[in-house]
Design a protein around this ligand. Structure first.
Ligand code: NAP
Length: 290
């Protein structure tokens, strides 16, 4: 078996196309959707991700403000910027790119963001509403993007066993909640670094969502034939032969495509979906102001 591709580039293009009319409606109503992206420090991968988010805004006619701060910025200074963005009526979405420098408390800074502008969906108000299955929350972009990709490919989730590997607040935990929610109806197991016998857990899963952050940690031989594999991991691995000096590798061995029914490429799978869902959250936040 060779797996079909869960093509995040095509799916995200469809998501973006569906946003055009909504953006025009906002503009007609005098509201130009506006995303503010704040990045602190020099983490190269973070700058690449922010670049992709700003380019998506430009593609769609969403206004973006890109605030770049040096590594040594004080937490107090960032708090002031968030406070100003919270009260700026022309800003609809605020994204603080993770990770922040170690001297900053990421959680308490997230808590400061006005939940109605929290387009990352990490604020406790939004995560709490997600747990309550309410439709008035901004859902974290990566797990929401994974759900959209499954739906787009027509993959059945009802009654299927799903294994989410990773339990972070931004990916694994909300992913598990979304898969278990009414209407999606998967039976979900959450794996993490203390899980014993991950191989058996994987072999029992119809759907595997890997969000670990370790290259090739999930082996081809662990995949049940015909399973759906969504590889969220993006890992930089040194490679002298590559022009950049590194290559991007997922959490799942690439050869898993020989066993799975569907699989995401890395890159070009979940990454573009994350950006598309950020655009959708920004538009949804702007629509609240009409
Ligand atoms: P994270 O906060 O570091 O969480 C990683 C999770 O993996 C933790 O729950 C950890 O368990 C678990 N884990 C670590 N080693 C493990 C192992 N050997 N076996 C099983 N579980 C293990 O990372 P994250 O923010 O969720 O991101 C995960 C990956 O997704 C990263 O590669 C990141 O770059 C990528 N990512 C991609 C996108 C995208 O758009 N494609 C977006 C976000 C993140 P413990 O809880 O026990 O420590």
């Amino acid at each position: 078996m060779v797996a079909s591709l869960l093509d995040g580039k095509s799916c995200s293009a469809d998501v973006e196309a569906a946003l055009v009319g909504r953006i025009n409606n906002c503009i007609d109503a005098g509201i130009k959707p506006h995303l503010a992206v704040v990045i602190v420090g020099n983490d190269p991968a973070s700058h690449v991700y922010v670049g992709a988010k700003i380019r998506a805004c430009q593609r769609l006619g969403i206004k973006s403000t890109h605030i770049e701060l040096p590594e040594e910025t004080l937490e107090l200074e960032l708090r002031k910027i968030i406070s100003d963005l919270n009260v700026d009526e022309n800003v609809h979405g605020i994204l603080i790119q993770s990770p922040l420098p170690e001297h900053m408390n990421e959680e308490s800074l997230t808590d400061m963001i006005d939940p109605s502008k929290d387009v990352d969906g990490f604020h406790p108000v939004n995560l709490g509403r997600l747990v309550q299955s309410r439709d008035d929350c901004l859902i974290p972009c990566t797990p929401n993007g994974v759900m959209r990709l499954l739906e787009w490919a027509g993959i059945e989730t009802k009654g299927k066993t799903a294994l989410v590997i990773g339990r972070s607040r931004n990916v694994g935990m909300p992913q598990a909640i979304l898969l278990a929610s009414k209407g999606v109806d998967a039976t979900v197991t959450i794996g993490h670094s203390r899980t014993q016998d991950m191989e058996s857990q994987c072999l029992g899963a119809d759907i595997i969502i890997a969000a670990v952050g370790r290259p090739n940690v999930i082996k081809k031989s662990w995949i049940k034939p015909g399973a759906v594999v969504v590889d969220v991991g993006i890992n930089r691995v040194d490679d002298d032969k590559s022009e950049k000096g590194y290559v991007l590798v997922g959490d799942v061995e690439k050869s898993a495509k020989e066993v799975a029914s569907w699989i995401t490429p890395v890159p070009g799978g979940v990454g573009p979906m994350t950006v598309a869902m950020l655009m959708e959250n920004t538009v949804a936040a702007a629509e609240q102001k009409i």
